[in-house]
Design a binder for this molecule. Sequence first.
Ligand code: PTT
Ligand code: SF4
Length: 610
Amino acid sequence: MKGWNGKILRVDLSKGTTKVVPYSEETAKKFIGGRGLAVKLLWDELPSGADPLGPENIIVFATGPYTALQVPNSGKMVVASKSPLTGGYGDGNLGTRAATNMRKCGVDAVAVTGKAEKPVYIYVEDDETEIRDAGHLWGKDSYETEDWIMEKHGKAAGVLIIGQSGENLCRLATVVAQKGRAGGRPGMGAVMGSKNLKALVFKGSKELAVADPEKLKDLGRKGFEKIPKFDAFPSWKREGTMMAADMMQTAGALPTRNFSEGVFEHIENVNGDAVHAATVTQRGCPNCNMICGNTILDSEGRESELDYENVTMLGSNIGLGDLAQIGTLNRICDELGLDTIGAGNAIGFAMECAEKGLHPIAVNWGDFEGAKKLLYEMAMMEGDGALFGLGTRAAAEKIGGEAPDFAIHAKGLEVSAYDCHVCPGMALSFGTSPIGAHHKDAWVISWEISSGIREEYGPEKADKVIEFQRIRGGMFECLVGCRFPWIELGYPLEDYPGYFEAATGVEMSLDDMWTMGDRVYALVRAFWVREYGDKWGRHMDYPPERWFKHPLTEGALAGKHLDKEKYDKLLGFYYEKRGWDDRGIPTKATLKKLSLAKEAGQLAKYVGLK
Ligand code: PTT
Ligand code: SF4
């Protein structure tokens, strides 16, 4: 194979063994890499009903044939596993030198199973893999751990690390790298912790064999040259993802006080202008010439890298309007390895529980010290953190009463920073996202709020969600490239099949990419259905109850909320267009059309297929 290394590094931490095994060309062509390769592996090898925090769970770190090539934005990887937060398929995407180094070690993915007797880290240098002692790193935060690894293995090494939250099996634990990049929102850090796996370190020096090196070089050079020429480039460099803050405030969709409102009274303290004024430096992923990680000094004078999601979930969503303090909460999350979106949700939820007298926790809206304390407690799974660190769905079920009505999640994953009281299309995107409520697959909100049909529930909304899911959740998650050049600057999608062909020699049109994306979506869906069994149903694709039940009370949209009957009809359009039945399960015919006939037979053992 060209483009792909065609090999996976398998590590069994219970047995202490490592081996490199090939995977088939057929798998490579059908699933490409990243999310596709990960779900194929989890579907084939993970026993149904496996405990996500048990040794049998598999955690996959997967790159794609695009990763580490000298082409724009190719320094990312997917981390995937059965999620301890949702009980279904979970993944995340982070930019890290671990991605580029892993590929240069001659493998496309690493799959780790088992549990080490004592804390360890996995060290990979080209063909050599060692499982090394990490006893001295256990209990240390991700920054301290990275400093030690850099000192020991050199600054060129790529790392994937967990902080204390992963060690203590907090379900909101993520994987961190390069002091500010984080991925794996559905508790991927806790899966590493359950295996006593503190870190992975990669140092690779091998050449990547590609089908047409000259063509790839030429395409890559032209691609890098195109990026700074886009009209949107200067504003992107100025604000990055923070551009969304004013946009969402104007649209009444900025999550405020646990998604109860869509406008925030201190917006000018926490918008793109405010972050730009406070920025001291910018950081980014490898192979990128549009880096976007705006870094400010927090209230303790330490660097903190901010994105829109972090600022909003740890700011307006908890009623906090002080940017430097938000920076501190964000920095603590990075150190502890806590997902900022999950953590901001959990804190907002805890504040509302306190306000309503449903749980005896002393934390009020905008309470910086209280929020800080809860972050540490969640990471240690102590005190109130032992409850809220389970995630909002589980915490709400334990608290009971009306708490589940204001637990802001879909399928158990906390919603990212877009309030959808008046955005049915974006609500559908959250509801049907393959990992639970994440905006990564179908960020249709910017289209929806300017579409002129914002409050409608017509089939064109389902079309838009599917179109975006194919591009973002399909092509970008499987090639494993950053989607920002396309969505933020307008970089042409047509370039990606060109890069793919020059690397692999395989011709694939954009339509073929969409079919591949549909295949991956169908298999991810099959995974969820296999895990949930008779608990699976249409309700699994619903957004949070709050958006139906509790109207907004402030701003121009006061009084508005989602309509459940209409949402259900919209969901029906979505299922029909995807070729899924009225329970949201791919039909036999759809699975066959997507070359998943074998998988259809396997799924039929768990649920009747239509
Ligand atoms: C991602 C989610 C996001 S999405 C953000 S900000 W964003 C939060 N970032 C966190 C963080 O930082 N620290 C922390 N402790 N927790 C965090 N949780 C949140 O995690 C990220 C960029 C961003 S910034 C986005 S949208 C894009 N995401 C991409 C994607 O998903 N796929 C893809 N092919 N390209 C993407 N490009 C962009 O990458 P999860 P990163 Mg992240 C500090 O992982 O689990 O998907 O959650 O990876 O390297 O930091 O780049 O407004
Ligand atoms: Fe990473 Fe931002 Fe560059 Fe994307 S645009 S590769 S997220 S630095």
